[in-house]
Design a protein around this ligand. Structure first.
Ligand code: RB5
Length: 142
């Protein structure tokens, strides 16, 4: 299960992501927002990350205008490793090295074509499980 959240700056891109996940037959839960009215992005970061920490979702995708605010909010939450990605190299590396459990995107930064490729790379790349990366991830949590 993939948890989705956005503010108004990410709402349109989140709708594109939903369409894409449906086409891929992937299960998702949309935690809002549900229209383009102005809202506060930390609320949606907390909803999605809470669902990850409760085990209801394996991964999350958060979208705000830049991806910055919502990734900062997500990374304040214990157990969350949110990666703001603007290309597929970053999305692949953050799964391999950081075992990122949240992808953050900027709806006003990346176009939908690139964003969906980033989403696919993020979802389809497994963690490397290499000792040095496990050690570094543990050190973040200490
Ligand atoms: C909202 O206007 C904007 O600040 C938000 O979407 C995001 O870019 C914050 O980092």
């Amino acid at each position: 299960m993939i948890g989705l959240g956005s503010d108004q700056g990410g709402f349109e891109l989140k709708q594109e992501i939903i369409k894409h996940l449906k086409e891929r037959n992937l299960e998702y839960k949309d935690f809002g927002s549900y229209d383009s009215a102005s809202v506060d992005y930390p609320e949606y970061a907390k909803k999605v990350c809470g669902a990850i920490n409760r085990g209801e979702c394996e991964k999350g995708i958060l979208v705000c205008g830049t991806g910055i605010g919502i990734s900062i909010a997500a990374n304040k939450i214990k157990g969350i490793r949110a990666a703001l990605c603007t290309d597929c190299f970053m999305a692949e590396a953050t799964r391999l090295h950081n075992d990122a459990n949240v992808l953050a995107l900027g709806g006003r930064v990346v176009g939908p074509g690139l964003a969906l490729k980033i989403v696919d790379t993020f979802l389809d790349t497994p963690f490397s499980n290499e000792e040095r990366h496990i050690r570094r991830i543990k050190a973040i949590e200490e």
